[in-house]
Design a protein around this ligand. Structure first.
Ligand code: TYD
Length: 224
């Protein structure tokens, strides 16, 4: 895959503050004069939003494989309609969750075949590989306390603690070299500590981006 833009993904378990960081980072990247498009999974397209409702509403019951296929269907819509056109015009796409979430939630936590997930997602995305994933990490107790404070849990948040422990371990494994060699379709993954104030966390994220792309996001990069 080659494109002129950049695909930056934010990942992490429930309650790590990902949505807050996604909004802040979109603002901060825009300040560097970049054409920034912030997108979220699942959803982000008209039919993707219907699929999101199916996936997250606790009233619906789904088998693990139906769940995985619906995440992939929502992803296919998003990639084709929004993501690829934005990358082709040179935009920086900041995406809240992508393929790594599927490997961790449906693969490691639900126990589906990683190879099956790889195949349906290669079909769904046309093998669109992120340029970088920032993985926000927080101790599970802290993250779960934040989720509980948010009110009505969705279908995945309702899962037992053991499920979220597997998610946590899965994300941790993904930062290792062995994972990155085995799943190159996830692209490079960098862990960012999500403890502290939202400002401190977004500063850490920006430092990672500045080191990797000094011309775009470094101290001497042009700001608007
Ligand atoms: P969302 O409300 O977007 O929450 P969050 O702020 O945690 O991202 O819910 C998305 C849920 O879907 C979340 O529990 C993670 C899960 N998910 C998967 O299980 N597989 C996937 O491929 C994706 C993209 C998300």
């Amino acid at each position: 895959m080659s494109s002129r833009g950049l695909l930056l993904v934010l990942e992490g378990g429930e309650g790590v503050g990902k949505t807050t960081q996604w909004q802040r980072l979109a603002d901060r990247l825009t300040q560097f004069g970049q054409d920034v498009l912030a997108l979220r999974e699942p959803g982000g397209t008209p039919s993707g939003d219907v699929i999101r409702e199916l996936l997250l509403n606790p009233r619906h019951s789904l088998t693990p494989s139906a769940e995985a296929l619906l995440f992939a269907a929502s992803r296919a819509e998003l990639v084709e309609r929004s993501l690829k056109p934005a990358l082709d015009r040179g935009a920086v796409v900041l995406l809240d969750r992508y393929l790594l979430s599927t490997y961790v939630y449906q693969g490691i936590a639900r126990g589906l075949s990683m190879d099956g997930l790889r195949r349906i997602n290669a079909f769904a995305t046309g093998q669109l590989v992120p340029d970088l994933t920032l993985l926000l990490s927080l101790p599970l107790n802290e993250a779960m306390a934040r989720t509980q404070a948010r009110g009505e849990p969705d279908r995945l948040e309702q899962e037992a603690r053991a499920f979220h422990e597997r998610v946590q371990e899965g994300f941790q494994t993904a930062t290792g070299n062995a994972w990155q060699a085995e799943y190159p379709e996830c692209g490079p993954i960098v862990s960012v500590l999500a403890q502290g104030t939202p400002d401190e966390v977004s500063e850490r994220c920006m430092q990672v981006l500045a080191v990797r792309w000094p011309d775009r996001f470094g101290a001497t990069a042009a700001r608007v």
